[in-house]
Design a protein around this ligand. Structure first.
Ligand code: C2E
Ligand code: MG
Ligand code: MG
Ligand code: MG
Length: 283
C-alpha cells in the first residue's frame, strides 16, 4: 500500500508500491487539505559557528501537524509529494511561511539567516526564482538572509536546467548550500560550475568520524576541499561533544545536530537562543 498506518500510528508512504491505489489517492487528498488549511508547520534547527560559538543561522524543516497523528516527519510525505508534483505547492507554502518568520524575527531584532530545503523537482520549476523574489519583496527581506539547500542528486537529474535555476537564484542574492554532501550521485565538475556558498557534510560521515578512520578522512578532506574552493563547510548530525571537538580541530566552520538542539518551533527557538547567549556570556 502506498499509504498505510505504521505501528506507531503514523502515516507511512512506501514508494515500493507505487500505483494509483485508494490509499495513495486519500493521502493526496489529506496532504492537499493540510496545505490549504495551514496544517503544515516549520521547525528550526540552529547551526553554530565553531570558531565563535555564535548562532546566526537556522535550518527550516517542515512537519505535517496532523490532528490525530501528531507531527509527521518530512520523510513520510516529501517523497510522495515529489512524485506527484505536489511538492510545488508545499515548497511555496514553506517559502512564504519561512520568509514571513524571518521578517518577523528581523523586526524584533532577532537577526537570523534561515535555510530552506528545495527538491529536484523545484529546480525544474521555471517560476520558482520569481516566486522567491516576490515573497521577499512582499515581506521586505533581503535575499542574503535566505539560504537554499539542495542535494547533489537534485542537480544531477537535469543538470543544465537545475544549473540555470540555481544561477537565477544566486543572481537574485540567495545563497546556496549543498545538502547531504558526499552521499549523492555527484560530479566535482558540477560542484565547480555551481554557484554554491556552502556544503553540508552528510551526517553518516560525521557520526562515524571518531570511530571509523575512513569517515574521518572523508570529513577532513571535504572540509579542505570546501575551503580550497572558498566555501563554508557545515557538519550535520553532530550528536556528541567528542565529534564537535574533532570538527573544531579540523577547522570545520559550522555544526548542526542534536548536541546543540533538535529542530523546534519558532517560539521555542527564541527561548533557546536567549538561553544559549546567556550561557555563552557567563562561560
Ligand atoms: P536534511 O535537509 O538533511 O535535514 C536534516 C535532517 O536531519 C532533519 O530531519 C533533522 O531533524 C535531522 N537531524 C538534525 N540533527 C540530527 C542529529 O544530530 N542526529 C540525527 N540522527 N538527525 C539529525 P527531518 O526534519 O526529519 O528532515 C528530513 C529531510 O526532509 C531533510 O533532510 C530534507 O531533505 C527533507 N525536508 C525537510 N523539510 C523540507 C522542506 O521544507 N522541503 C523539502 N523539499 N524537503 C524538506
Ligand atoms: Mg537540509
Ligand atoms: Mg542534510
Ligand atoms: Mg537529508
Amino acid at each position: 500500500y502506498a499509504a498505510k498506518r505504521s505501528g506507531s500510528g503514523c502515516l507511512l508512504y512506501d514508494s515500493r508500491h507505487d500505483t494509483q491505489t485508494p490509499e495513495r489517492l486519500s493521502l493526496m487528498g489529506e496532504l492537499r487539505h493540510a496545505v490549504e488549511h495551514d496544517h503544515l508547520t516549520v521547525f528550526y534547527q540552529p547551526k553554530m559557528d565553531l570558531a565563535t560559538g555564535e548562532v546566526r543561522q537556522v535550518e527550516a524543516l517542515v512537519r505535517w501537524d496532523h490532528a490525530t497523528r501528531g507531527f509527521i516527519a518530512p520523510d513520510r510525505f516529501i517523497p510522495f509529494a515529489e512524485q506527484t508534483g505536489y511538492i510545488k505547492a508545499i515548497t511555496r507554502w514553506v517559502v512564504r511561511h519561512v520568509v514571513a518568520q524571518t521578517a518577523d524575527w528581523l523586526e524584533r531584532g532577532i537577526d537570523l539567516q534561515t535555510s530552506i530545503n528545495v527538491s529536484a523537482r523545484d529546480l525544474l520549476d521555471n517560476e520558482l526564482p520569481d516566486f522567491f523574489q516576490n515573497v521577499l519583496k512582499e515581506y521586505r527581506v533581503d535575499p542574503r538572509q535566505i539560504w537554499i539547500e539542495i542535494t547533489e542528486s537534485a542537480v544531477m537529474e537535469d543538470p543544465a536546467h537545475a544549473l540555470s535555476t540555481l544561477e537565477k537564484l544566486h543572481n537574485l542574492g540567495f545563497r546556496l548550500s549543498i545538502d547531504d554532501f558526499g552521499t549523492g550521485y555527484s560530479s566535482l565538475a558540477y560542484l565547480k560550475r555551481m554557484p554554491v556558498d556552502e556544503i553540508k557534510i552528510d551526517r553518516s560521515f560525521v557520526m562515524g568520524m571518531v570511530t571509523e578512520r575512513d569517515d574521518e578522512v572523508i570529513v577532513r578532506s571535504t572540509i579542505d576541499l570546501g575551503h580550497n574552493m572558498g566555501l563554508k563547510v557545515v557538519a550535520e548530525g553532530v550528536e556528541t561533544q567528542e565529534i564537535l571537538d574533532r570538527l573544531r580541530e579540523c577547522r570545520c566552520d559550522l555544526a548542526q545536530g542534536w548536541l546543540l538542539s533538535r529542530p523546534m518551533p519558532a517560539a521555542k527557538l527564541e527561548d533557546w537562543l536567549l538561553a544559549w547567549r546567556a550561557k555563552k556570556a557567563t562561560a
